[in-house]
Design a protein around this ligand. Sequence first.
Ligand code: ADP
Ligand code: MG
Length: 379
Amino acid sequence: MLAAPTVAGMRRRAVARAPGRVNLVGEHTDYNDGLCLPIALPQDTFARVVVRPDERIRIASAQQTSSWSGDLDGCGPGRVDGWVSYVAGVLWVLDQEGYDVPPGLDVHVAGSVPLGAGLSSSASLEVAVAVAVHALSRPLLDSGERRRLVEVCRRAETEVAGAPTGGLDQTAALLSEPDCALLLDFQDGSTTPVPLGWSAAGLELVVVDTRVSHALTAGHYGARRRECEEAARALGLASLRDAEEQGVHRLTDTTLRRRVQHVVSENARVVGVVEALSRGSWTRVGELFTASHTSLRDDFEVSCPELDLAVDTAVAAGALGARMTGGGFGGSAIALIPTDRVEAVRRAVDAAYAEAGLGPPGHLDAPASAAARVVEVSG
Ligand code: ADP
Ligand code: MG
């Protein structure tokens, strides 16, 4: 048996899994110190890491034809691109943060989260790799370690993959609990499980993957972040979390005013959904989902015709509410539907897409699932 080249006691092989997520409500609020309410999905990514006796890092994915080979120094910003940068970035940030990253490592990943569908395949990939590498040298993955890995993965995506992210996806992948949503407060850093009673009430949450991703998404995301920062500055606030509905009218720029309007009302909708969930007011939950979509479409302007069609059709066919989820400009929508209406809603959405000349959307069940975990450690 080979010993790990650097660290005494390091295990030789680890496998970890990490879930994708959908955000129930609280969109484009994470980078505004606001509130979000994601759940972890049953769809996930597995990462297998095996220590090598040399100083080569090799990275491969069941979802990609290309693979990569290099060394740890070559994993940093500007040194890797494409899908490999999400994996290499995690290794690089872990190393920077003082974790034991073996200089020789085979990383193999395989996932069931649709790529680029707004269901956070990227964070599930990063988190699976981070948890697997972490398990090689540290047996304990308590909530403190999980929170540190959130930051490792957020930095990897922002600094190495070049996709600025507010941390929602990574937090959902590392801290969610089954049958619960996770209330995230980005101002005080708190995370609170919120039990979901809707399956006992005969309701299901479903995901419609539009299977479209419009160009310039990353550019739009950056533009929205800058607009929010500019609006906060103009209002003399540290972040839009502290903005109030009445103060919004002080902004002379009508675009910035609408952006703030969305962020302020969206934070209020998160609070409203949490309250409605605790009362079992499912109709109210649905109304707030649909109101969130309207706000993202009209005030934040990050929806697209395919998302609007999925949402409008789902609601017309019997969903209690529906909304786009994720960054926007494509990706996925969610709908809260009485179980006996789920098939009818899916058929209606398929028919509407066909009639509009669009390709068939994907459909996923979305029971609230567990956070990332170590599957196996050996050697
Ligand atoms: P989302 O996170 O919503 O799926 P992103 O654009 O943030 O969309 O991330 C998708 C990217 O993450 C893919 O294009 C790919 O580069 C990378 N990725 C995710 N899962 C995998 C995987 N299993 N194998 C290889 N790359 C993956
Ligand atoms: Mg992503």
